[in-house]
Design a protein around this ligand. Sequence first.
Ligand SMILES: [Zn+2]
Ligand SMILES: [Zn+2]
Length: 401
Amino acid sequence: MTSTQQTAHSRQHSALLCAVCLVLCAVSGCAVLGTIKQPLAQAVAAGGELLDDGYADVAGALHIHTTYSHDAHGTFEDVVRAANAQQLDYVILTEHNTLQPLREGKQGWHGAVLVLIGTELSTRGGHYLALNVTEEIDRHQLTTQQIIDEVARQGGLGFIAHPYFKKGRWKDWTVRGFTGIEAYNVAHDTLDENKLRLALWTLTAPPEPFYLSIIDRPYDPLRAWDELVARHGKVVGIGATDAHEFHLWGLKFAPYDIMFQMVRTHLLVPSTPLTPDLVYEALRQGHAYWELALVADAQRGVRFFAHDGQRVLGVMGDEIRLEPNLHLTAILPQPALLTLFKDGQAIATASEKSWDVAVSDPGAYRLEASLNGKPWLFTNPIYVRPAPNDEPTAPSTQHTE
Ligand SMILES: [Zn+2]
Ligand SMILES: [Zn+2]
C-alpha cells in the first residue's frame, strides 16, 4: 500500500470512526429506542462530511399463525399484546390458506404495531407465503407455478417458506417469479432438537435460556438461498417466526413473546410513520436483515452499505455497479464475529463493531454476525454488478456501419 493510499485509508477510517461515534450516540440515548420516530444516524463520514443513507430501521415479526389457523391456540389479540410488549413496529399474519382476518378488517394499527395480513398457501411444491394479496387463491386448482404467478398478478410478494421443514418441505426448485425465501424459520430450527427434551425444557423458567439453546445457523436454507441468488440474480432472504402459540393445561408453549424475540426481520424504510406499502416495498427490495434477538439486541442499529468514500451507493438489497474505490461498511451496536460472504462463499472475517472492506469484484455480498458461538444477524446481499465497460459487448462488426 502506498503512503497516499495509507493516508486516504486512515482518513477514511478516522472518518468512519466519527460515523460510529454518531451511531453510538444514537443507540446510547440520543435517539429514542423502541420507536421508529427518530431514525438512527446512518452516516458515512467522508472528508469530514457526513453522508446519510436516508433509511429508518423498523423491526417486526412475520409468518404468524393464530386461531384463524387450524394448528394454533393463540388469538389475534394475543399477537397484538405480545407485539406491543416486545416493541415491534410491524407484524405479518399468515394464516393457513385463508385471508379471513383481512376480510374482517383486522389489518391496520393496533397500539403501536402495524398489523398486516397475508396467507400461507399449501401448494403441491411446498408452503408459500403470499403477502399483499387481497383475493383468496384456490390452491387446489392451480400448480405451484400458477399460484406464484397469481400472487404476482395481484401485486403481491411471495416467499418460499421453511424449505427444509419435515412437513411442507419445498420440492419444486424450478419455479420462477417469487420474491424470496425464508432462510431462517424457527420451526425448522427445532427439527434437530430431542423432542422429549424440547417438551420438558419448554416448562423451564425463565424460558429465554431454553429458547436460546435451540438457535443454530440454518445451513441448508442459507445454501438454498445462495443457490437461488446465483440462479435468479436477486432473491430476498427473510427470517420467519412461524409462530403457533400452543396452550395446554394453562401453559403456553412457544409463546408469541418469545417467538418475537427468536427472530425479527428488520426493514430499512425511507420514511415514517410506517405504511403497508413501505413494509412491502422494503421486503420487495430486500432492504432487510434479520436478528436472532435472544442472542443480543440489535437495537435497530445495524448498517451494511456500499460507498466510495464520498457517497452511499447502496444498502442491503440494492444492485450497484462496480466502480473504483468501492467499499462495503458494516456498523453494529456491539462487537461481533463478522463474516462476509461473496456468492455464498465466506471470503473474510473480523471481530469488530465497525468493518470496512474494499471490493474489486462483482458478486452478491452478504454479511453474517455471530456472538458467543450463536448466529445473531443476517443481512440481504448488496449486489455488485459489473462496471458498464466490463459487460460483454456485441461483436464489433455489428457496430461498424
Ligand atoms: Zn408451513
Ligand atoms: Zn406456518
